[in-house]
Design a protein around this ligand. Structure first.
Ligand code: TYD
Length: 136
């Protein structure tokens, strides 16, 4: 069986009488050292984002509030995962076309990445993505 495109990860929580604390630590939950974090919020109704792949970047998606659907494709197979706050985090590697949709109005989606922002790492054209996959 082929390996999944999306790696689902449980984020450990430490809860006590005061509330909760969630932890994403390198080597335990995070498979890479974080060099960049960003978060998507205030997404307008009906908006989908993404529509690109990365050449090298690895990312972990963590939904901090609300919900969003993450879909990825390697050009042949696709997988979809509905994310919700404090549900599983998702790790994705390079070479995956991704689309985020069905954002709830209150959604906060945090993304941890193993590299700094580099527009040259993006493939924003789907035909170019398919061709890049075909040529390994
Ligand atoms: P983009 O990655 O295209 O957003 P999405 O895939 O969610 O639709 O980024 C949107 C804009 O923000 C684009 O102009 C690039 C810029 N940007 C940065 O400058 N730094 C970053 O770390 C990220 C993720 C985006």
């Amino acid at each position: 069986m082929s390996s999944p495109l999306l790696e689902l990860v449980d984020i450990p929580q430490r809860g006590d009488a005061r509330g909760h604390l969630s932890i994403a630590e390198y080597g335990k939950v995070l498979p890479f050292v974080v060099r960049r974090a960003y978060w998507i919020h205030g997404t307008n109704h009906g908006v989908s984002r993404g529509f690109h792949a990365h050449r090298n970047l690895r990312q972990m998606f963590i939904c901090l509030r609300g919900g969003v659907t993450l879909a990825v494709s390697d050009g042949e197979r696709s997988e979809t995962f509905p994310m919700s706050a404090f549900g599983k985090a998702v790790v994705i590697g390079p070479g995956l076309w991704r689309v985020m949709s069905d954002f709830s109005a209150d959604c906060i989606l945090m993304v941890l990445a193993d590299r700094e922002y580099d527009e040259a790492d993006y493939i924003r054209n789907f035909d170019e993505f398919v061709i890049a996959k075909c040529h390994g």
